[in-house]
Design a protein around this ligand. Structure first.
Ligand code: 5GP
Length: 244
């Protein structure tokens, strides 16, 4: 399957059309961005690691009955995905307090959140992805009540699968962001699940192994991503063709 034209270039991924109007190629670039694109750097090897972590996790979710956009790996840093019409919202799940929640409500970092929090944000770079709730979605036509019901249910199902998956790798899944899209009427998980959009801490030491290493300039970003992959049992390929 060949890349044809660029349909969307995000901060760390590019989507290309293919000869099949229902399939796109998702390329994970080495670019890392933080603070809504105000800091951008290239981190050699990150794209391939994230592509393969995303593939591993999406496959696990798919096997557990969650519909995902992912079809198959095409190469170290590219995957074939179904073309979705994305909902313009981001869903954030928080199992422990970190990041924006600590800043917004002065909650201590690391506090266990039981039950986990579910937050909705409008996807808008121009507005810095503001926090909204479902009623904004209904009023402004971003999401219907039925879509909201489904994405909330799917998000909690996904959380119940991901927490133990990372736990087995001695990793705490602190929080993460999910995006959903429509395939016809069906709600399907899109975007990615990788250390770029999850907070993952070492269970024993509490060390941060995710994109906070880049945001907070802690160093060893790619090494930490690779450690996550290795703990999950993924043998990461760089530059080679992957045919699974
Ligand atoms: P926070 O709201 O604390 O900034 O982020 C919560 C979680 O969602 C973190 O794991 C963070 O990586 C993820 N997240 C939230 N918004 C975005 C976004 O626009 N891009 C990415 N890559 N991750 C996000």
């Amino acid at each position: 399957m060949e890349k044809l034209a660029v349909v969307y270039r995000g901060k760390a991924k590019t989507l290309y059309t293919t000869a099949d109007p229902h399939r796109l190629i998702l390329e994970f670039r080495d670019d890392a961005s933080a603070f809504n694109g105000r800091r951008v750097e290239a981190l050699a090897g990150k794209g391939a690691i994230n592509n393969q972590i995303n593939h591993f996790i999406m496959q696990r979710l798919q096997a557990a009955g969650i519909a995902t956009q992912l079809e198959r790996l095409l190469s170290a840093d590219q995957a074939l995905v179904k073309k979705l019409t994305m909902l313009p919202v981001e869903c954030v799940v928080r199992n422990r307090a970190a990041g924006a929640l600590c800043r917004r409500l002065a909650i201590a970092e690391g506090q266990v959140l039981n039950p986990p929090l579910f937050e909705l944000f409008l996807k808008s770079d121009a507005l810095d992805d503001p926090l909204i709730n479902e009623f904004y979605g209904y009023t402004f036509g971003w999401i219907t009540p039925e879509q909201y019901r489904q994405i909330k249910q799917l998000t909690f199902q996904i959380n119940a699968l991901l927490v133990p998956l990372f736990e087995q790798a001695d990793l705490l899944l602190v929080d993460y962001k999910l995006e959903f899209g429509l395939l016809g009427e069906q709600i399907v998980l899109g975007d990615e699940i990788s250390p770029d959009n999850c907070r993952l801490w070492d269970k024993k030491s509490g060390n941060k192994l995710d994109k906070d290493r880049f945001r907070q300039e802690l160093g060893h970003v790619v090494e930490s991503y690779l450690e996550i992959a290795q703990r999950l049992g993924i043998e990461v390929h760089q530059n080679s063709e992957v045919t699974t």
